[in-house]
Design a protein around this ligand. Structure first.
Ligand code: SF4
Length: 235
């Protein structure tokens, strides 16, 4: 069983779209949005997956058997799966049999994680791409919960990881540098992405963030889902 975010119509948040961020942006993908998170980012755009003061767990989360998830994922003509959240690694033990099943059917698997939970050995070999999103001080989390050194060191050593930083303003770049220098993360593993939940903000922030990326040599990522659909759920 996995705890999956529920769409407003009651169906689990398993949907077909295009990856909107990171190095796989633009790839048609099936998304599986898992519930629960171990952090509490101030600007989180999926609070309904974890903020039980603001949302009702029973209204937002559906616990479903792996066989049903497999059936729904396979119902799309697409072999690219993005597991997102919330924080998917909270449920890594239950994820393993699902990923094994899908990998045996030729799936490419990307996991989006905040990089604070160490993956077990059995999940590492099942993942094609790790999209790590380290949280800076702009997230409002305590550093002791958002920066777990052994996890950053581990992901930094994986050839199939990228570190995708959410940037709210130019001052956030100091936080990026702090992490990149401390954990010796190579330039080519770093992606900077604007913090935005609507098109106008995304475009405004992209203009100066692109300049910063040009100056520093980091990769820029937009958020196609915000550009195309704004703050819509399940898109
Ligand atoms: S880690 Fe991700 S899901 Fe969790 S609170 Fe932060 S932005 Fe939201």
């Amino acid at each position: 069983m996995l705890k999956v975010a529920k769409q407003p119509d009651g169906h689990p948040e398993i949907f077909y779209s295009v990856q909107g961020e990171g190095i796989n942006a633009g790839k048609p993908s099936v998304f599986l949005r898992l519930a629960l998170c171990n952090l509490a980012c101030r600007w989180c755009d999926t609070r309904y997956t974890w903020d039980w003061e603001q949302y009702d767990f029973r209204e937002q989360v559906i616990e479903i058997p792996l066989e049903e998830i497999e059936r729904q994922v396979l119902s799309y003509d697409c072999k690219y799966l993005v597991v997102t959240g919330g924080e998917p690694m909270i449920q890594q033990e239950s994820l393993v049999p699902l990923l094994e099943y899908l990998k045996n059917r030729g799936f490419y698997v990307e996991i989006e994680t905040n990089g604070t939970l160490m993956p077990e050995e059995n999940i590492v070999s099942l993942v094609n791409h790790w999209s790590i999103s380290p949280k800076l001080s702009n997230s409002g989390n305590k550093i002791s919960t958002s920066e777990i050194p052994q996890c950053y060191q581990f992901f930094r050593g994986l050839p199939n990881s990228h570190f995708k930083f959410v940037i709210g303003n130019e001052g956030d770049f100091d936080g990026v540098l702090g992490i990149v220098q401390k954990y010796l993360i190579p330039l080519e593993m770093v992606i900077l992405m604007p913090e935005a939940r609507d098109r106008k903000t995304l475009i405004e922030k992209s203009v100066w963030l692109v300049e910063l990326c040009k100056r520093e040599g980091y990769m820029f990522s937009t958020r196609l889902q915000v550009l195309l659909w704004g703050d819509r759920r399940g898109a």
